[in-house]
Design a protein around this ligand. Sequence first.
Ligand code: DON
Length: 573
Amino acid sequence: MSRMIASVLTAMLLAMPGMAFAQQTAIFSGRDLVHPAFGAKGMVASQEALATEIGLNVLKQGGNAVDAAVSVAFALAVTLPRAGNLGGGGFMIVHDAESGENVAIDYREMSGAAAFRDMYLDDNGEADPAKSRFSGLAVGVPGTVAGMALALERYGTLSLAEALAPAIALANDGIEVTADLAQSLEGLSKRLQKWPSSTAIFYKEGGAPYAPGDILVQSDLAASLTMIAEKGPSAFYEGPIAEKIVTAVGDAGGHLTLDDFRHYEVKLREPVTGTYRGNEIVSMPPPSSGGVHIVQILNTLEGVPMSFLGHNSAESIHMMAEAMKVAYADRSEYLGDPDFVDVPIDQLTSKSYAADILSQISRGRAATAAEIGPGDLTPYESHETTHFSVVDADGNAVANTYTLNFSYGTGLVADGTGILLNNELDDFSAKPGVPNAYGLIGGDANAVEPRKRPLSSMSPTLVLKDGKPFLVTGSPGGSRIITTTLQVIMNVIDHGMNVAEATYAPRVHHQWLPDELRVEEGLSPDTVRLLEQLGQKVVVKNAMGSTQSIMVTDEGLYGASDPRRAGALTLGY
Ligand code: DON
């Protein structure tokens, strides 16, 4: 990637009056739907406005997409504490325009050496969510710091200190509390106020909530970020930060050790790839299930005339739901950490397997969950993860999804670090057949084992045409991430929508178990009735996902932040 070429290009554009439009700012977001006359040449879409602005500045100053992405990730750790993080983990897909290479960076959390299969069971042998979600046992060794450092070192041009500087300033100087942040902190006060170390940071004296407009200073977090800027990732994995996290986890009933921190490894993996109607899909491989099942569902639906059936018609939703069910049933059986289990990726993503699946789908009748596989589930709401997308003027692209799992993870800040700790290990299958927080079940492939990564659904995805990215997308939403990302892709490819239309359109979701077709508000009652006639158990529930997407067009970049959650912003220049 050539930073120099980027600045030369910028200089040329500035020098040519006819090209001045390239300097315009394009704003498409949930809070501001102004469509500029021209597409942009560099763009950032994220869940939080300050972080987006920071990423855009990096691009404007000649940084590439990875520089901007890493700066955004660190900024979100300050400005979006419910999901942005140092104490969590995630996945990044990078497209390097110069080499044409696509790479998947796996910085998912890992369990410690003392983890064992039944560690989340109570004395009666039943899965105990309090252990897997809200105790020290829920915490995996965080991957974010190592992941960002590696991304920057291999694909960026900035130093780690440069990429951290904006986040350090925000943590030191304080951020103005937005309505969204105030509401989220107040809503999750029970989770956070269980821990004095968290209460001291995220609430005023006496535990009173911050109001919109108040300033939230995070000095301990600023100190941690500064140490990482000065000493590199070892400051997080070997120094006092690791020691403080190990102590906090131990005090909360967990068993991570300094040795676990020293053993943490980021993994560079081959993305999962597939094709859909002539477009190339590049997405996250295991330990995410996202890429595999997006490709599997797309393969299945490639044999269906989706555009002819029409967007969100009963027939198209029915076919999508049937394809989704099979994918989620396969997920529960075959998917897990590839360093521990052989995931049959080639088979699951093959066109012939998809043809097989399609041949068993009835256009006239919904298969019951029992016909596909057994289970007994309870759904769970209110979690948080965050996705952002970046494209730079050279055509480099980054899709990044990272998380603490729940909003604020365990809710526990490791005292003295300002760092909130994840509860990612709830994504393991605590007991075969017992659902995790997203109603997902699993078996041996995703059983708890020492130093293993729990199975994820996070699906940062690139869609390429002729080797070049034309859609960069991804979403939070637990089990719904896969189907949300899928629908953005299908809305663009099958239904010819622009990126904003593809984002806003009502979504549907089926995950095999529970046996329900979950839909958002906005489907017509006629469609719902027709789906019910086909045997689909339709339930209207909360909005799903919060995509942050960028589309590359002949006129430049267009982007859209999902209006489903407040505070997001897409900016271009
Ligand atoms: O990795 C996963 O699949 C989950 N831990 C993601 C959680 C999530 O998306 C919650 N957000 N809305």
